[in-house]
Design a protein around this ligand. Structure first.
Ligand code: MV4
Length: 505
């Protein structure tokens, strides 16, 4: 069971992903070290670890982004490895380098891989050279407007301006004619400069209605690379994924094998080691194009874990310890259907602004085929300082139809009071006939969703919510509201939890 080099791991993250990583560490018999900001002293990841260290005040830049502090803590605690999770320093080449220079293991790829894949034009060049299809576009960032014009003439409109240092959709601009090019180019450059401190912009042909499909890959330090199939990630809003699933409805065994092999080629092109994700765009004819590589564990990794039975975090740790992959491509088995909903503290009726406050009541779904990855408990504060993700609700069932029914059932079981959530949006997607029929692309939410589509509350329901909320608010000084009386009270009001729990007048 135990590893050779690693006996203790510092988890340089918070919330659900810190908890997720701690769980695999424990199962591998590893000692664990948590870190926390002043906002997180009583959070589950802190209570769960063998040791926990304060790393600073709430703002991320003063705590979870402090490379020096994190490395100091790891050395002081005699950890051998640092797992960065996702977000924060997970795709920071400098951090990966500094961790290694301190004599520690970084649970992730080399700084060289992170740097290569972090520069989107460099990534395109690398994978193209390995024979991976990319969207037609400029090989390097465009310097002058004249150069941009001739590139557009060659590619044909519409085109998409992208930040070379970007990714995840930040700072992209669609251009549909020469008239718009000049202003869009200036805007894209200035956005890229303020977002990434790097104003370089390149041009790609814009694909109008693609699906967004990504492949999970695993690579060991001996050159073995396998893929663990796809995740369909088209259901997103402003580049934030909301629902992910595997398999994708459009996937065939043949296409999966082809795209999977291509993903493996892309990973090999940068000498990749550890877990990574290759993003593709897929057009209506099932042509696929490399988009970018994410050089970290992803939020939606549980979808792949449920479908393949592989513990991705455990394998990340084993790979970091120098072990070869324990399975070959032909050993990877795909079973059934997995769907994930990201449950976020957001006010969907108010332009999806983060909804902050104390979670005064929390009862999350249970039963067959349910997994819920969460890093917060009732009584904790959802603050302005961090991502509003409260938990990930993931279901598994033998078929997509059964998984959809199971997800809808789970969403109906989900009870939360104190912050508003996007649960109604998740229910909208999962119960939408076009989604159920598999007829969707990256524009699904833009096309179909509006707040007016959500069920409105009856007067009686409003009254019930007001009552429960008033009661929940009346907890001055105590860490948690009285959840028992909140529930009882709610039931007595004939409270339809699934309809209204995440609304608060
Ligand atoms: C594209 C594209 C269409 N054509 N590139 C979004 C995330 C980032 N990784 C790249 N993304 C896209 N790149 C080309 N050449 C479509 C997307 C895209 C998207 C674009 C606009 C609005 C919503 C979108 C959702 C997913 C993907």
């Amino acid at each position: 069971m135990s590893l050779r080099q690693i006996a203790k791991v510092l988890v340089a993250n918070r919330g659900e992903i810190a908890v997720r990583i701690l769980r695999s560490c424990k199962e591998l018999g590893l000692k664990t070290v948590a870190v926390y900001s002043d906002a997180d002293q009583t959070m589950p990841h802190v209570l769960m670890a063998d040791e926990a260290y304060r790393i600073g005040p709430p703002p991320s830049k003063d705590s979870y982004l402090r490379m020096d502090t994190l490395i100091d803590v790891a050395l002081r605690a005699h950890a051998q490895a640092i797992h960065p999770g996702y977000g924060f320093l997970s795709e920071n080449a400098e951090f990966s380098r500094r961790v290694r220079r301190a004599g520690l293991l970084f649970v992730g790829p080399t700084p060289e891989s992170i740097t290569a894949m972090g520069d989107k034009t460099e990534a395109r060049r690398l994978v193209q050279a390995a024979g991976v299809p990319t969207v037609p576009g400029t090989p390097t960032p465009v310097i002058s407007e004249g150069e941009a014009r001739s590139s557009c003439a060659e590619l044909g409109f519409p085109v998409l301006l992208k930040a070379a240092a970007g990714g995840g959709g930040k700072g992209m601009r669609i251009v549909r004619s020469f008239d718009d090019l000049s202003a869009s180019l200036r805007a894209a450059k200035s956005e890229a400069t303020s977002a990434f401190g790097d104003g370089r912009v390149y041009i790609e042909k814009y694909l109008e209605n693609p699906r967004h499909i990504e492949f999970q890959i695993l690579a060991d330090a001996r050159g073995n690379v396998i893929h663990l199939g796809e995740r369909e990630c088209s259901i997103q809003r402003r580049h934030q994924k909301v629902v992910e699933e595997s398999p994708s409805v459009i996937m065939t065994d043949e296409l999966r094998a082809h795209m999977g092999q291509t993903a493996v080629m892309a990973a090999k092109a940068c000498g990749y080691v550890n877990a990574g994700t290759i993003e593709f765009l897929l057009d209506h004819e099932c042509n696929f194009y490399f988009l970018e590589m994410n050089t970290r564990l992803q939020v939606e990794h549980p979808v792949t874990e449920l479908r393949t039975g592989v513990d991705l975090v455990a394998l990340q740790l084993r790979i970091t310890d120098g072990e070869p992959l324990p399975l070959r491509q032909e050993d990877v088995q795909f079973r059934g259907h997995a769907i994930e909903c990201r449950i976020c503290a957001e006010d969907i009726e108010n332009d999806f602004l983060p909804s902050t406050g104390r979670i005064v009541h929390l009862h999350t779904p249970q039963g067959p085929g349910i997994r819920e990855d969460r890093g917060v408990e009732a009584g904790e504060e959802v603050s302005v300082y961090y991502d509003p993700l409260i938990s990930k609700l993931i279901v598994w069932a033998a078929t997509r139809e059964a998984a959809l029914a199971r997800m809808l059932r789970a969403l109906e079981e989900y009870e939360i009071l104190g912050v508003k959530t996007n649960i109604p949006l998740c229910r909208f997607v999962v119960s939408h006939p076009e989604f159920a029929a598999g007829r969707f692309d990256t524009h699904f939410l833009q096309q179909h969703f509006g707040v007016e589509k959500l069920p409105t509350m009856t007067a009686k329901e409003r009254e019930a919510v007001a009552l429960v909320c008033a009661m929940a608010d009346d907890t001055s000084g105590s860490r948690t509201a009285n959840p028992v009386s909140a529930r009882t009270n709610a039931r007595q009001c004939g409270w339809k939890s699934q309809r209204i729990l995440s609304f608060r007048d």
